[in-house]
Design a protein around this ligand. Structure first.
Ligand code: CAO
Length: 570
């Protein structure tokens, strides 16, 4: 028995690579080549397999640690024979040999240089990008195409992700340039040399970038301007070719995460048990997502970028404090044509927007509606007395401008109604202006133009302006600004009919006044029933901002003004 220290082997020169999974725990018995940890660089995930069988007696790293070649991972209790295996350290020699191989192959470098020189004459050229050396793997699936035609990519950007039975690997772009056409699609099967795509590359780019890159990273004599394999993958392959006794780290090109297939099935990871490629893991980290909580939709439940996007989208549409939109039971879809003839018509954009806003308000605002009748008998007499003058001015004076003016003054007297709840849920925003929206029924749907500074305007002005805005709404001539900034809304169905209704608050406003049809009612005056012109009003409000008593006071004030218009000038 001896204690062996297991270190990070040659990882292709990568430095400070993050530990994203620890696959073993103290006390675990591991077989040779069992995965110990998974490291992840910008471009690849790589497993570090155990160089020997043994029992883990101590761990020297934690998830999130940054490791480089030679850093201690753990200690293994092994039998004596394994010791000799550990002593060999081919990781160093693999990178050295890699460089030596390149250096000792001037023909390759020269070939590259020659080609570069001839290419540099053109401003741009089309380069075919093919699958580089992928460690001998054949018929590997394309599981992700990371670019599309028209994309501008930088050198090293991932072009595609390939996946064999046991591994995923990203193929980085050998050039900076513009993707002009794709030769593969997701699901295609490729091997070394298969065409991936064509890129428009600046001649300078080829001249400046290709030869040195080849010299440093590529070691095969027959290659010229073929794209480079992923650096890490290449290093791993070189190391394996050296027949090193310590197995090289299984980079993305060999085994990536936890495929629950073939021989890996018996040895599931003890890490996060998540099956995802390096690009997905990187994106998840950038988004701050914990991918262990995601379900993969890819083959063998592999998590894809689309899964990340769908997860984020779902989270964004969730309602806060644990109530999700999806928790609302949906109305079942019914095939109405089973019961008779039907006609299906698309909703107008306005209709859809209104429906969305109404639903949002209904779900967010705890609504209360209070009812009262305003005595408009005197106001109606006064309004009728204005008829001749109104005609002269070319203005139609309905009860609406009086309601606007009275509401504006009531809002000023009851500031809680001229307010909004702050989005943080901790403050009220009181407005020192009085802009009131008027719901207008148009053929295209409901629109709410806003009259500004209603408290400062005359009845004539309000009559003219409300008529003008209502017409603009019906003619679809309202600008977005015409419908913004409202503090309160009046929805009048008085010209149509009905005894009362419960309007929905037009958030972020906190109250809305519903106006129904004025009717003559018998009102007890203390001695007898008197016929009075009574206007049914309904006041809906956000109970988070307004209490019933506030609404009662608002009604008393409002109805006092409507009952005696002289009070509006007081
Ligand atoms: N009681 C009795 N009669 C009323 C009244 C009331 N509360 N309000 C208006 N009237 C009368 C007007 O005096 C006018 O009569 P005359 O033609 O004899 O003068 C007639 O009804 C029609 O008025 P109007 O509707 O053209 O004008 P308005 O100023 O009252 O309203 C507007 C303008 C734009 C608010 C209205 O046309 C409209 O679109 N209302 C619908 C709003 C709506 O759909 N709300 C519901 C929102 S929630 O789904």
């Amino acid at each position: 028995m001896s204690i062996e220290t297991i270190k990070v082997p040659d990882i292709g020169g990568a430095e400070g690579v993050e530990v994203i999974e620890i696959c073993v725990a103290v006390g675990d018995q591991v077989a040779e080549e069992d995965s110990l940890i998974v490291l992840e660089s910008d471009k690849a995930s790589m497993e570090v397999p155990s160089p020997m069988a043994g029992k883990v007696v101590s761990l020297k790293i934690e998830n999130g640690d940054s490791l480089s070649e030679g850093d201690i991972i753990l200690e293994l209790e092994t039998d004596a024979t394994a010791e000799t295996t550990v002593d060999a350290q081919p990781a160093e020699s693999s990178s050295v040999q890699s460089e030596q191989q390149s250096a000792s192959n001037p023909a390759t470098v020269e070939a590259v240089k020659d080609e570069v020189v001839s290419e540099s004459a053109a401003a741009t050229r089309i380069e075919k990008v093919v699958v580089p050396d992928i460690g001998g793997a054949e018929a590997v699936d394309v599981i992700e195409v990371c670019v599309q035609s028209g994309d501008q990519v930088a050198e090293g950007d991932s072009l595609v992700v390939l996946e064999s039975d046991k591994a995923s690997m990203e193929i980085p772009s050998p050039f900076a340039g513009l993707v002009v056409s794709l030769s593969i699609e997701e699901g295609a099967s490729v091997s070394e040399g298969s065409a991936l795509l064509e890129m428009e590359v600046a001649a300078m780019e080829v001249a400046a970038g290709q030869a040195p890159q080849k010299t440093a990273q590529e070691t095969t004599a027959q290659e010229t301007i073929e794209p480079s394999a992923p650096k890490e993958s290449k290093a791993a392959v070189v190391s394996a070719e050296n027949n090193s006794e310590i197995p090289s780290p299984a980079f993305a090109s060999e085994r990536l995460t936890t495929p629950s297939v073939s021989s890996e099935e018996e040895k599931p990871f003890k890490g996060d048990n998540v099956y995802a490629g390096p690009a997905v893991r990187k994106l998840a980290r950038e988004m701050g997502l914990d991918i262990t909580s995601l379900k993969g939709s890819g083959p063998r439940s592999r998590i894809t970028k689309d899964d990340l996007k769908a997860f984020v989208k779902q989270k964004l549409t969730e309602k806060p404090s644990g109530t999700t939109a999806s928790s609302i039971p949906t109305v079942p879809e019914v095939d109405f044509s089973k019961f008779g003839d039907v006609e299906v018509e698309s909703l107008s954009k306005i209709h859809k927007v209104t429906a969305f806003n109404m639903h949002r308000s209904w779900l967010n605002v705890p609504h209360v509606t209070q009812f009262d009748d305003a005595d408009l008998t005197d106001l109606e007499d006064f309004r009728k007395s204005l008829k001749a003058e109104a005609e002269k001015r070319g203005v139609k004076v309905t009860p609406l401008p009086f309601l606007l003016k009275a509401a504006a003054l009531a809002l000023k007297a009851n500031p809680k109604f001229n307010a909004s709840l702050h989005a943080d849920g901790e403050h009220m925003v009181y407005k020192h202006y009085v802009h009131i929206g008027v719901a207008v029924d148009t053929p295209a749907g409901l629109m709410v133009p806003v009259l500004r500074d209603v408290d400062k305007k005359s009845i004539w002005d309000l009559a003219a302006e409300s008529t003008e805005l209502a017409q603009k709404a019906k003619d679809k001539k309202l600008m977005p600004a015409d419908m913004q900034g409202g503090c309160f809304t009046i929805s009048s169905l008085g010209g149509i009919g009905g005894q009362g209704f419960t309007p929905i608050v037009n958030t972020p406003e906190v109250a809305i006044l519903g106006v129904s049809k004025l009717t003559v009612k018998p009102v007890w005056n203390g001695q007898e029933f008197e016929p009075r012109k009574m206007l049914p009003l309904s006041l809906s409000y956000d109970h988070r901002a307004i209490n019933g008593a506030d609404a009662g006071k608002f009604f008393v004030y409002l109805n006092g003004l409507l009952a005696d218009v002289r009070r509006m000038v007081m």
